[in-house]
Ligand binder design. Sequence first.
Ligand SMILES: CC(C)(COP(=O)(O)OP(=O)(O)OC[C@H]1O[C@@H](n2cnc3c(N)ncnc32)[C@H](O)[C@@H]1OP(=O)(O)O)[C@@H](O)C(=O)NCCC(=O)NCCS
Length: 184
Amino acid sequence: MSMIYGKRIRLRGAERSDLEKFVAWVNDPEVTAGLTLFLPMSSVDEEKWFEIAMQKPQAEKPLVIDMKDGTDWRLIGNSSFFDFDWMARAAEVGIMIGEKTIWNQGYGTEVMTLLLRHGFETLNLNRVYLRVYADNKRAIRTYEKAGFVHEGRMRQAVYKNGKYNDVLFMSVLSEEWNARNEES
Ligand SMILES: CC(C)(COP(=O)(O)OP(=O)(O)OC[C@H]1O[C@@H](n2cnc3c(N)ncnc32)[C@H](O)[C@@H]1OP(=O)(O)O)[C@@H](O)C(=O)NCCC(=O)NCCS
């Protein structure tokens, strides 16, 4: 699989040299507030995650996010498709932009749009879905901008920081992706 290019970002395979940044991000409470990953992670845990990730089929491997920085590329996050159901042609998607200084500048929306293009136009999925904590307003707004539709709520499905939180389901169907792209 070759790299996937957007206007300001690209998605590429993960390298061992990315792990140092990943481990810093997955230990940052502000980044992990919206993630299922929230117990402390060591570099050994991260190595183990990497080894397991590299054994996965190509379509399920992590897609590392780089942003254009002048003539260079700068690592800003990680994403992936997972839990593929090839019969229903459905998969879940996840995203983490660990570089907090660039939040709210449209990068998340651009990454999610690129992931959807990859999901529908390369992996030939029919349904791409995700789960998001109800209090993760930035993420919800990002997904709405990328075209995700709200489809359900699991009440008090997660317990974190001393309180329960609802988990929302959102999805995009291939027909919605096509309609959206015909409009523009
Ligand atoms: C969620 C995430 C991917 C979003 O990326 P991003 O680059 O900040 O997203 P964008 O800039 O494209 O869009 C963010 C939108 O949320 C809005 N927003 C930010 N904080 C908000 C809040 N508290 N309430 C409502 N909207 C908010 C922004 O204004 C922007 O919308 P706008 O363009 O209409 O102004 C990124 O912040 C991230 O990775 N966070 C940490 C990990 C995480 O939570 N991942 C998602 C798990 S489900």
